[in-house]
Design a protein around this ligand. Structure first.
Ligand code: AMP
Ligand code: GLY
Length: 423
């Protein structure tokens, strides 16, 4: 098979790494890819939102399947354009992708189809949003509507901080994503990321993990796109998984199909495990980043048949995926300053070495510099991942590798997996 993989982050590097192991693969092309992916596959310099050029590339390489990594390509309608060109695609249409691209849409969807989530208020201007705070208790959850790469959320401990976050959102800091603000009830509990595949009709759970959204150790600091993950995560008891399937996953796929936009691809359910069961924090129309990295390390089954089955409506013919008994950990290395402004272009050294058993390093935001140097972007740059027989071993291996990377301008959390170890 010829496969075109769209994206350039750690998630896509992990997907490329796993796809590359498939005996079904003939040729893998990544657009735009990154220096890590370039070591595994061909890359083409086309942006993830250049829909027409991506369709053209898929035709050029006679792609049997296009795999869409990031949400921006989904929102740009890449799946729709590929369908019009009769090319099989893993990734939902823009209409189905609204489960991620608009928080306001998702909240109304949850009301319509009775999915458990926090109560909320959608506000079109700052005075309305500030007035809405009166209906909520602290801590206040203030979110920019639309896609903000996981950074458009502020949890404010008091009213003044909430009002500042509202002003910030409407000041244009999140671009178009801040034109509307959602105020939400704060959910108490432990967060979890659960994944499910759907082919438009049939669905199947596809793993779970826990992410660490705050920038610094001890879950301090601002929200990020995710600073590290581990899987399996003990928060996902049998009960929580089954309740999530029944109350969130199945109603979501049924609801979006009933709304006229059958879902093809992976749905990422970010949930809070509350005293009253799972409640939706948000849906994403793609794999989590960096959740995907630990899932790929643990996935024993060939990934490609699952991607194809989603694209072609044959998921019911697939067996449940097989996961390795191993634990896997991913530690994100980001440029100092992230998720705020950070300086791109620092040199990451020490990548050219064998990091030892179980370790895989994915590139998340890097570029190629002169003389084969690897340069960091302004955000999350590397994902140092490791598998081990238990979480402690996986962590030891991952942090051992982190210590051997030479990058003074980078930072990382040192406590990935702490909730599992604290149990
Ligand atoms: P989001 O970008 O919506 O995934 O939110 C980022 C992070 O903020 C989540 O991973 C949660 O840790 C936290 N969060 C978001 N919404 C809520 C909520 N309603 N209650 C408590 N925490 C939340
Ligand atoms: N790690 C969370 C996300 O991909 O949004």
């Amino acid at each position: 098979m010829n496969i075109l993989l769209v994206g350039s982050g750690g998630r896509e590097h992990a997907l490329a790494w796993k796809i590359k192991q498939s005996p079904l693969l003939t040729r893998l092309v990544c657009a735009p890819g990154n220096p890590g992916m370039a070591m595994l596959a061909e890359t083409r310099d086309i942006k993830t939102t250049e829909v027409a050029r991506l369709v053209q590339l898929a035709q050029e390489i006679a792609a049997d399947l296009v795999v869409i990594g990031p949400e921006v390509a989904i929102e740009a309608g890449l799946a729709d354009a590929l369908e019009a060109a009769a090319i099989s695609c893993f990734g939902p249409s823009a209409a189905a992708g609204r489960l991620e691209s608009s928080k306001a849409f998702t909240k109304a969807f949850c009301d319509r189809h009775h999915l458990p989530t926090s109560s909320y208020s959608i506000c079109d201007d700052a005075p309305a949003a500030k007035a809405a705070l009166a209906h909520f208790e602290p801590p206040y959850v203030v979110k920019a509507d639309g896609l903000a790469a996981g950074k458009g959320v502020v949890i404010a401990t008091d009213r003044a901080a909430a009002e500042a976050a509202i002003d910030d959102a409407f000041s244009g800091n999140f671009g178009a994503a801040g034109a509307r603000v959602v105020i939400e009830e704060f959910l108490e509990g432990e967060i979890g990321s659960l994944f499910a595949l759907c082919d438009g009709k049939h669905s199947m759970l596809f793993g779970w993990a826990q992410d660490h959204k705050r920038a610094f150790d001890g879950d301090e600091g601002p929200n990020t796109g995710g600073m590290g993950t581990y899987s399996p995560a003990p928060v996902f008891t049998y009960d929580l998984v089954e309740q999530t399937r029944k109350r969130l996953v199945e109603p979501a796929f049924k609801g979006i199909a009933a709304d006229g936009a059958p879902y093809r691809g992976v749905l990422f359910v970010e949930l809070m495990a509350t005293r009253h069961g799972p409640k939706l924090i948000e849906f994403n129309a793609r794999f989590g980043d960096p959740e995907c990295q630990v899932l790929m390390l643990r996935l024993e089954s060939d990934l490609v048949p699952y991607l194809v089955a989603c694209a072609t409506g044959r998921l019911h013919e697939m067996p449940e995926p097989v996961w390795r008994d191993d634990d896997a950990v991913c530690v994100v290395l980001a440029t100092e300053g992230y998720p705020g402004p950070a300086k791109a272009g620092s040199v990451i050294g020490g990548l050219d070495q064998d990091f030892g058993e179980g370790v895989v390093v994915f590139h998340a935001g890097t570029s190629a510099g002169p003389d084969g140097a690897v340069l960091a972007g302004a955000g999350r740059a590397l994902n140092v991942c490791a598998a081990g027989t238990d979480l402690a071993e996986a962590r030891e291996r991952a942090y051992g590798a982190v210590a051997r990377i030479d990058w003074p301008q980078g930072f990382h959390r040192t406590d990935i997996g702490w909730r599992a170890l604290a149990r």
